[in-house]
Design a binder for this molecule. Structure first.
Ligand code: HDE
Length: 708
């Protein structure tokens, strides 16, 4: 398995050619041993280590301001940083492509990217967390950004989504408030990468429209196992416009091929410290290994005439369109197949704008979307300058021609005396819709200018309740634990009392249990009756693939001197051929000797890490082979901790022969049955592990790991 660094280096050798990669390659710079060092103005540099000084040759004397080479080096360094994003500062990205299966969406849209199956549209996808700054950890509890730039033949389409289908607020004007409330508090810049603090819960307690979103963020969706195992949602309601100019409302979805999987909170907390780059590495490693992350792209469509048929407003971003009412149409797929070559120029400089749509796609009056359409361009000006769309990662693959001029960091040299329209040459002229010019769909509006919310926007709890009702018991248990964790970190009683009261509008049991745990207001009866409705598609288990896969899953082999090497080799080969990744963990990084080998001279096997170098939290499953090493493992506190912790996190644990007793000893739960087998096929086709009775992995695992 290649490391992140190796993967990045290898990506150049394994260039995936889309129109965008060809475009970016115009700007590739590669240093080779033939290249000498130069200044930015191109002069060759003879010394890059010693500042020009006055010296007697024995002692260092004063440094001279005259040294333009040293000065340039420092100047350039001083200005390396640009402002981080106000939200979504921490991210990772990759290149890929998008394809539709057929032209079935033609009835709704004229957009070639959504209707032409012969096209392969290049994409760049940036994942992110929201609250933390650029250097924060990956596995915090938070919403994940899912921002896609489609480089279409008709211009860039930016679908700037999240891994959760709803949002905290209904009107863009509240955005600065929610962001100020969730970010580190202003007086002490605490906490980093967390929402567990007074100000956040104060705001959401006083903003009931956030109730539905809070249920999602506090659910296991807030701590994904991998970016590759998250859904993506456009969240806002957009419109599609067909060739006849007819408009429909649309929501966009991405469904991961690998299913939706999460960490459990204890793992997430530990990984934050053990490997803050866990998700970033996971993405690069999977792509580097050729296990390209893939999502089905689906749309939900509502005819204009049906806009008001629902008991919620379809333009309200705090509501989902339940799939039981509005089905998904799977129309295409998105694949990520290339890591970035340089983080800053690609992941940091990529800039998205919800207002960037292409012909056939339009907006709705969703008040959140309308505000977003203003905000994104604006923020890019501060972050990257007004000519941010000329930066390689942002520039379209189709021609750009207009009369916008000048501004900081203008790179285009316009060879024309014309910079206006109309002009005597008809240069840079508008293009009619029949020739591909963008045309808004006609839509009637009427009303008085006023600051209002729509009537149906006033209802905040029905769908929060629907979501909670739709959870499996284990998801509900995690939800309770998450809210209880967060409110335990809220110090002001006014805040946690307000929130526990609000919870009773969603679910009586939830409110009662959380209130009992956090010293909140314990309700004696439900705050409102439960409508009892459910929608199976809201549970993340709904997305578990019919054929579960262990592709890219991380399996650790726990060994000590005296392990059974034939068994390790056989199981390892089976796992590798199923495209899982395998890791040898032993008492030291170096050779570990097999049963029958003499220590120091045997062929052994190289351990990738020692027991303390990596923890069980970073793996999906562990395998403990048979052999005389079992006793050594049982007497090693770290090895025992590995097994015990993995068991506590409901991981699959395979233990064979003598190792079964070690595992049993480690977990210290006599009633647990251990499947004890030497048959590789059986290990590889069953759960292979602690499987029965009270601790049945299948029922308690957050992340059911099928070794198949
Ligand atoms: Fe954003 N959001 N947002 N947002 N958002 C930004 O733009 C904003 C919202 C989302 O990887 C900013 O370039 C407003 C919803 C993602 O570069 C900023 C409102 C959704 C990213 C901004 C919202 C998102 C951003 C900060 C309320 C899910 C990261 C830096 C009306 C559909 C994009 C930047 C990337 C980033 C504004 C609400 C997703 C300030 C005003 C809803 C994934 O412009």
């Amino acid at each position: 398995m290649s490391s992140l660094a190796q993967t990045v280096m290898h990506s150049l050798d394994n260039v995936v050619q889309t129109a965008k990669i060809r475009d970016l390659s115009k700007d590739f710079v590669e240093a080779t041993s033939n290249d000498g060092l130069t200044t930015d103005h191109g002069v060759k540099v003879s010394d890059t280590d010693n500042w020009l000084k006055v010296s007697d040759g024995t002692h260092a004397g004063p440094s001279l301001l005259e040294d333009q080479i040293a000065r340039e080096k420092i100047h350039r360094f001083d200005h390396e940083r640009i402002p981080e994003r106000v939200v979504h500062a921490r991210g990772a990205g990759a290149h890929g492509y998008f394809k539709v299966y057929d032209n079935s969406a033609t009835k709704w849209t004229a957009a070639g990217v959504l209707t032409d199956p012969s096209r392969t549209t290049p994409v760049f996808l940036r994942f992110s967390t929201v609250q933390g700054s650029k250097g924060s950890a990956d596995t915090v509890r938070d919403v994940r950004g899912f921002a896609v730039k489609f480089y279409t033949d008709e211009g860039n389409w930016d679908l700037v989504g999240n891994d959760i289908p709803v949002f905290f607020i209904q009107d863009a004007m509240k955005f600065p408030d929610i962001v100020h409330a969730v970010k580190p508090e202003p007086h002490n810049e605490i906490p980093q990468g967390q929402s567990a603090h007074n100000n956040f819960w104060d705001f959401v307690g006083l903003t009931p429209e956030s109730a539905h979103m809070i249920m999602w963020v506090m659910s296991d969706r807030g701590i994904p196992r991998s970016y590759r195992m998250m859904q993506g949602f456009g969240v806002n309601t957009y419109t599609l416009i067909n060739a006849e100019g007819k408009r429909v409302f649309v929501k966009f979805h991405f469904i991961p091929e690998l299913g939706v999987h999460s960490l459990i909170w204890d793992e997430a907390l530990k990984i934050n410290g053990q490997d803050p780059d866990f998700h970033r590495k996971d993405l690069a490693d999977a792509i580097g290994a050729g296990a390209y992350p893939k999502w089905i792209f689906a749309i939900q469509v509502i005819e204009e005439a049906d806009e008001h048929k629902f008991d919620f407003d379809i333009l309200d971003a705090t509501k989902v369109w339940p799939q039981s009412l509005i089905p998904l149409h799977n129309i295409g797929e998105l694949v990520l197949n290339r890591v970035v070559d340089e983080f800053f120029t690609e992941v940091e400089q990529v800039a998205f704008c919800t207002s960037h749509v292409v012909p056939g796609i339009g907006f709705s009056d969703d008040p959140l979307l309308q505000g977003r359409n203003f905000s994104y361009f604006d923020t890019q000006i501060t972050r990257l300058g007004v000519n941010w769309e000329q930066i390689p990662i942002n520039r379209p693959v189709c021609p750009v021609m207009n009369h916008h001029r000048d501004g900081a960091r203008q790179h285009r040299i316009h060879r024309s005396e014309i910079n206006y329209f109309p002009n005597r040459h008809n240069a840079g002229h508008p293009v009619s819709p029949s020739q591909g010019g963008y045309a808004e769909a006609m839509a009637g509006v009427q009303g008085m200018k006023q600051r209002v919310r729509g009537v149906k926007f006033q209802e905040h709890f029905n769908q929060a309740q629907l979501f909670v009702n739709s959870m499996t018991p284990i998801e509900k248990q995690h939800l309770i634990q998450a809210i209880s964790f967060e409110l335990s970190h809220v110090e002001d009683p006014v805040v946690y009392e307000t929130y526990t009261k609000l919870l009773n509008n969603i679910d009586f049991e939830l409110a009662k249990t959380v209130a009992q745990k956090v010293n909140g207001v314990i309700p004696d009866k439900p705050g409102r009756s439960n409508h009892g409705q459910k929608d199976a598609t809201l549970s993340q288990f709904y997305y578990t693939p019919k054929e579960p896969s262990i592709v890219t899953r991380r399996v650790a082999f726990l060994v000590s001197d005296g392990f059974n090497i034939l068994e390790v080799e056989a199981v390892r080969a089976a796992l590798v051929s199923a495209k899982a990744t395998t890791w040898i963990i032993g008492p030291r990084r170096g050779k570990i000797y097999a049963d029958g080998e003499s220590i120091g001279t045997g062929a052994g096997i190289m351990a990738d890490h020692h027991f303390e170098g990596q923890r069980s939290t970073l793996f999906d499953a562990i395998y403990v082979p048979s052999g005389s090493h079992a006793e050594a493992l049982a007497s090693n506190g770290r090895a025992i901790h590995w097994i015990r912790e993995a068991f506590g996190h409901c991981k699959a644990i395979a233990a064979v022969g003598t190792a079964a007793a070690t595992v049993k000893y480690a977990i210290n739960l006599p009633e647990v049955d251990i499947v004890n087998t030497l048959d590789t096929d059986e290990v590889v086709t069953s759960y292979g592990v602690v499987t029965t009775g009270k601790y049945n992995m299948k029922s308690v695992a957050r992340d059911v790991l099928e070794i198949s």
